[in-house]
Write a protein that binds this ligand. Sequence first.
Ligand SMILES: [Zn+2]
Length: 351
Amino acid sequence: MTSASVGSTSPTFLITIDTEGDNLWGRPREITTRNLAFLPRFQALAEKHGFKPTYLSNWEAVVDEGYQAFARDVIARGQGEVGLHIHAWNSPPITPLTDDDLHHQPYLTEYPESVLREKVRFMTDLLEQTFERKMVSHRGGRWAFDATYARALLDFGYRVDCSVTPHVSWKRVPGDPNGNGGPDCTDAPAAPYYVGWAEPAPGQPWLLEVPMTILKRRRSPPERWLRKALGRQVDRLLWMQPTGRNLPQLLDVVDSAVADGREHLEFTLHSSEFMPGGSPTFRTEDDIERLYDHMEALFERIARRFTGQTLAEFAERYVETHQPPILPRPARKSSEIGRPPPSAVAAAPPL
Ligand SMILES: [Zn+2]
């Protein structure tokens, strides 16, 4: 382990894994979970570098007995955390929204609030019964998140959300064909912040947003002009997410995060991306080996400067050093107060 020299005031490295079915980009009619058997290799790599993954788990993973055994062991050894991830279209209770939810994969924020809350309630109970731990960490499926969702998370005892993707808008990525797409996070803060909501009572608990690490690199003016005309992302976005072709950019993100004095670095992948053919990104065994080569180099670099924590551990430490805001009376018309929540809250196809 190379993190032994990293001090307690060092920034934090957070590994977030959306733990879910096989190749959901293919919009399967029947969801399988073979990929979950590939998690131990990743966990071993993380542990080797002193890191503690947070497995944000969707329904089909939570009911998979092999995954249950894996995750119980990780939790029991204090080497990771299980949190909540919800794909609205197959998380019970099933309440259809469109003519084909398995195809459209609507955002949970597009369903009525009562349905949203019932899904959060059901999944929270299931996770807590299965793993005998209070659930405190969450990521929305397809990065879904808004004020109503935040309030539901708070009411069910969550402390951390990581659904915000700075610089990215998912507005043009449809869920419900009659809806408005996903959240717009273009102007979302990069640093952690407390999410506000309407009419806080005294002693209101807090929900910490820990945004995904995405850096923006400005392109040249002619490139920007051309891309704007084509309706493309104007600037280059560097995600802390391996693609098998982006190791230099990943290392650049790490070095930039250190240079900028960022408090956290948030890495993400889907569980299905550890299995050959489990995703469009990593189709073959060679792809997976390259992914592991890249993660080895990346984690080695990160371990020199960052301390590994789960999302829950990060939030616990964060709140000790950053007082939750004393929330003012809500503005008359605004449903959001405190630091800006994602103005609503989209790079790789979101799942
Ligand atoms: Zn997902």
